[in-house]
Design a binder for this molecule. Structure first.
Ligand SMILES: [Zn+2]
Length: 299
């Protein structure tokens, strides 16, 4: 019995040696060649994507009695900017995301985007000097009719005014602020419509006409005053209708901003630039708490 077991062991060992020899001859592991640098780069960028947190602000006022969900103090936004700077983040604008997706221009190591909606004049009063001091960038989405009105009445009051075309030109020329489209006159609710959302019972054709006519006015005005068309549509209240994505694509927008609080993973697929998520910055929480919520790591 003992001899039989020994023989079986010998046979098994022999078989193993034969199998290994055949495997070596067939070039087992040939597929595990070392990838080139280009292969590594394309797999990490195209398959995994780049994490880009987008922060959303609105009004900035010193009077703390006005602080709330959409109004923060200049100190709060300055603390946020300093936190990002100290933690190695680089502020980018929509053009950077578009160049990354369409032209393969790399993004900085830790990208972050600061966005401000509605085009309050206080963005010029309190944020613009901070951007200049720290050489950081921001994206402001304006409501065309507000800027038109305040360009006509010219009352530069941080408490209630909106950016004039002159303010917009000056900020745009600094290279630190990029302007985007937040509708011309659809930043309100009522008459059955919320922002640019489709009205109940509105036909495809009616909706297309109302939506495109309104947005095109802000496109043309920003082109007139800054020299270039906005690339991005920022939905008022984040309210959007199914089908509006096709309309904004037809109008030539390459991206859109929503208000859904979630992270963004930017890949080389142009579709990832639509409905980008943003974290609203309310007052009442610390910079650390807000950055943590936005997935911005310490260290
Ligand atoms: Zn808004």
């Amino acid at each position: 019995m003992k001899r039989i077991i020994c023989n079986w062991k010998k046979i098994l060992c022999g078989l193993l040696v034969v199998v290994l020899a055949i495997a070596l001859l067939l070039g087992w592991g040939r597929t595990k060649t070392i990838p080139t640098e280009a292969e590594v780069q394309s797999s990490t960028t195209e398959e995994e994507g780049v994490f880009v947190p987008i922060l959303m602000y609105h009004s900035i006022l010193k009077d703390t009695s006005k602080s709330g969900k959409y109004t923060v103090t200049p100190t709060t936004i300055e603390n946020d900017l300093l936190y990002l700077k100290e933690h190695g983040y680089t502020t980018i604008v929509m053009a950077d995301l578009i160049h990354y997706v369409y032209d393969d221009v790399p993004l900085p190591k830790k990208p972050v985007m600061i966005t401000l909606d509605d085009g309050y004049y206080n963005n010029y009063t309190y944020l613009f000097p901070l951007l200049q001091e720290h050489q950081m960038k921001a994206v402001i989405s304006i409501v065309g009719s507000y800027s038109q009105k305040f360009s006509e009445i010219d009352e530069p009051n941080p408490a209630y005014a909106y950016l004039t075309w002159n303010d917009i030109l000056e900020m745009s020329q600094s290279g630190l602020v990029e302007f985007q489209n937040h509708s011309y006159d659809m930043h309100h609710q009522g008459n059955g419509r919320k922002g640019t959302k489709r009205k109940w019972g509105e036909s495809d054709e009616e909706y297309r006409k109302n939506f495109e006519n309104d947005l095109q006015k802000t496109q043309d005005l920003l082109r007139q005053y800054t020299g270039s068309y906005p690339t991005t549509f920022t939905y008022p209240y984040g309210a959007s209708s199914k089908g509006s994505i096709d309309l904004i694509k037809e109008m030539g927008f390459l991206a859109s901003l929503s208000c859904y609080e979630h992270e963004n993973i930017i890949t080389k697929d142009p579709e990832c630039l639509y409905f980008l998520n943003r974290y609203n910055r309310p007052s009442g929480i610390s910079t650390e708490e807000f950055m943590k919520k936005a997935g911005i790591a310490e260290g």
